[in-house]
Design a protein around this ligand. Structure first.
Ligand code: NAD
Ligand code: ZN
Length: 355
């Protein structure tokens, strides 16, 4: 049995209004150097960016999240930061938080982002990093990875390392009030999917199961209620995401994520939406969960997009398959060492065709 010596986030501050403690958290770091702020572009010129404790000399980057993070984007941000840095702060969704983690890692280590895509490749820690999620579901706030597209290698892979874990996170559910409803649902389903993949995987164990069970139970409360975005439900979802991240940090994903990575790499589909598209055709692998997932969507009036790969040509299917099948760890977790026999090229094409 593979044992993992798990690491958690250093500190976490939870509660409505907790964002205003960011200044206090950063103060001890300021003697070391300025603070780098990476803020989702949505907040540029919004009230939240005015509430950020930005001081003169702090590099501020509004992160473009129309597309998912790329290794080139991380390298270019790092190249624009000079001198010693006291802390790195990410404020946004999974994409911005991943950018913050990756930039922090590169500021503390030589080389380029693509050098560390893989497992435990970082030689040392990055800069003290703070994560502030403004949308919930990815579990990035507690996970040990930061996912990036490597367009040259047709690869979507993170810097999986204990050094990718935030030193501090702030969970303030007032920040997610402005998320568009569809996006809220798609991102939220990421935690539901992380947890069902973990629970139905071969690497499951009592600790990961406990995190997953509780996260799924919160999802049921939220998505079977009348308003998934009430103040109380947004707060519960922040907790569900936090727990889902811990579940996945202690186990692994399954079939949904590898197939979803194909959609992101080839069609630039966002992670949450791509997961939902895959989930909608995954009945033979997750029979009860796909039914429950559709029930959530129906109750909240969310439509899952259809037809993304319907008109793809042979070359596109080959690329989709190549990205998906490369995710050996999740696929082995779901299907065992002979996963390529079950998830044959024909089977994968057939699934993509139905999405
Ligand atoms: P996101 O960060 O891509 O943001 C989605 C959209 O929501 C963006 O348009 C953004 O501007 C908007 N948004 C965010 N907060 C908002 C707010 N409060 N109000 C209005 N709009 C807001 O979305 P996501 O689903 O959180 O993250 C997806 C990314 O996370 C992908 O890049 C994926 O690869 C990554 N991910 C990482 C991990 C990990 O463990 N590191 C796990 C899962 C997913
Ligand atoms: Zn995910």
């Amino acid at each position: 049995m593979h044992l993992r010596n798990s690491k958690n986030v250093g500190h976490y501050l939870f509660g409505r209004g907790s964002f205003d403690s960011l200044s206090e958290i950063l103060n001890p770091r300021r003697s070391l150097g300025p603070v780098v702020f990476l803020i989702d572009h949505y907040f540029e010129n919004q009230y939240l960016s005015k509430r950020c404790p930005i001081q003169e000399g702090d590099p501020v980057f509004y992160v473009e999240t129309t597309d998912e993070p790329t290794t080139d984007q991380i390298n270019s941000i790092r190249d624009r930061i000079s001198g010693t840095v006291g802390a790195v702060v990410g404020i946004g969704g999974g994409a911005t938080l991943d950018v913050a983690k990756a930039v922090s890692n590169l500021l503390g280590n030589p080389g380029r982002a693509e050098d560390y895509q893989g497992f435990d490749l970082l030689p040392g820690p990055g800069i003290f990093k703070v994560g502030v999620p403004t949308i919930s579901g990815t579990g990035t706030e507690t996970s040990r990875t930061c996912v990036m597209l490597n367009e040259r290698k047709n690869l979507k892979l993170g810097m999986n390392s204990d050094y990718s874990i935030f030193d501090q996170i702030i969970l303030d559910s007032t920040l997610s009030a402005t998320v568009p409803r569809d996006q809220y649902f798609f991102t939220a389903m990421d935690t539901y999917i992380h947890c069902i993949e973990s629970l139905l995987g071969k690497g499951r164990h009592a600790l990961a199961d406990a995190y997953s069970d509780q996260s799924i139970s919160l999802c049921r409360e939220i998505f079977m209620s009348d308003d998934m975005m009430s103040d109380e439900n947004r707060e519960k979802l922040m907790v569900a995401s936090f727990l889902g991240g811990l579940a996945i940090a202690n186990s692994n994903t399954g079939i949904i994520h590898p197939l979803s990575y194909g959609l992101s790499a080839v069609f630039k589909a966002h992670h949450g939406m791509a997961n939902c598209i895959v989930m909608d055709v995954a009945d033979e692998f997750y029979p009860n969960e796909t039914v429950e997932f559709r029930e959530f969507a129906k109750r909240q009036g969310i439509k899952i997009p259809k037809g993304i790969a319907a008109k793809a040509d042979r070359n596109t299917f080959d690329r989709l398959y190549a990205v998906a099948i490369r995710n050996e760890k999740p696929l082995m977790n779901a299907l065992g060492p002979n996963f390529k026999n079950i998830l044959s090229q024909e089977k994968v094409f057939e699934l993509y065709r139905r999405m």
